[in-house]
Unconditional design. Structure first.
Length: 254
């Protein structure tokens, strides 16, 4: 186990994953596709575990990830909500859960934009909070900004989301083609980074110009690496971090 962990923490392994895989061929049978998907799942877990092991060494610049990106004027409305939540909670863990609940229950997934991007939608946290509709990037931006307003470091990974909308064959092809199709969140409390995906826990939808309320859930909140790896593969991070006071920008090649 020590040898495995040591290998995973190598910068070369973590940040220079080779793009070539053994799964790039067409699969003529369901059995072959199923086997290929099993191998993909294993590699997804290995990649996520490697990055997580490295990230939990706490070399990331927490102050950078704790600092809101929107001005005090732009974030004023959702900052009021955060302050109210702070007044009624006793721990960072409880506060993050309440922020997550606000985002997943208050915001709607914009299917009008998803199916026709010419219609436009909202991505900045303040606009998402005001107009209440967006896609995954906007959900992530709002959750992250609200966490940062509360002084909780948060960041936005991007990568491959493998939902049940895709067949097994499509999942394999998405993986082998290095597709980036989703954004989600991580937050830092109790000495470690935690995964969550507010988009997938928000059942609310916006379509045909109307808001549709649905039931939200906690399925993708505070996931383990194993659970997370069933559906998410990190391809890109906000990768600014510090070591010994020096800032570095690392690009993960896939």
């Amino acid at each position: 186990m020590k040898k495995i962990i040591a290998a995973l923490l190598s910068l070369i392994v973590i940040f220079s994953f080779a793009s070539a895989t053994s799964f790039e061929k067409a699969f003529p049978s369901a059995k072959a596709v199923s086997y290929a998907l099993t191998q993909v799942r294993k590699e997804i877990y290995n990649r996520n575990y490697a990055f997580r092991s490295y990230a939990d060494k706490n070399i990331f610049d927490l102050e950078y990830f704790r600092t809101p990106t929107e001005s005090s004027e732009k974030r004023a409305e959702y900052e009021k909500v955060v302050r109210d939540l702070e007044a009624s909670t006793s721990s960072d863990a409880e506060l993050v859960r309440n922020i997550y609940l606000v985002v997943t229950s208050y915001i709607y997934y914009d299917y009008d934009y998803y199916y026709n991007s010419s219609k436009g939608t909202y991505f900045d946290a303040s606009d998402v909070f005001k107009y209440r509709r967006t896609v995954c990037e906007g959900y992530a931006n709002l959750f992250i900004e609200m966490c940062r307003v509360a002084g909780i470091p948060a960041r936005k990974p991007e990568g491959l989301g493998l939902s049940n909308l895709y067949t097994e064959d499509q999942q394999v092809q998405l993986y082998t083609n290095n597709i980036i199709n989703h954004s989600w969140c991580e937050y830092y409390i109790d000495g470690k980074w935690h995964f969550c995906d507010p988009t997938w826990d928000s059942g609310n939808t916006y379509s045909d110009g109307e808001f549709h309320d649905q039931i939200w859930n906690w399925r993708f909140f505070d996931l383990s690496v194993s659970q997370y790896s069933d559906t998410h593969l990190t391809r890109h991070y906000e990768t600014l971090f510090s070591v010994d006071g020096l800032l570095y920008l690392v690009t993960e090649t896939t």
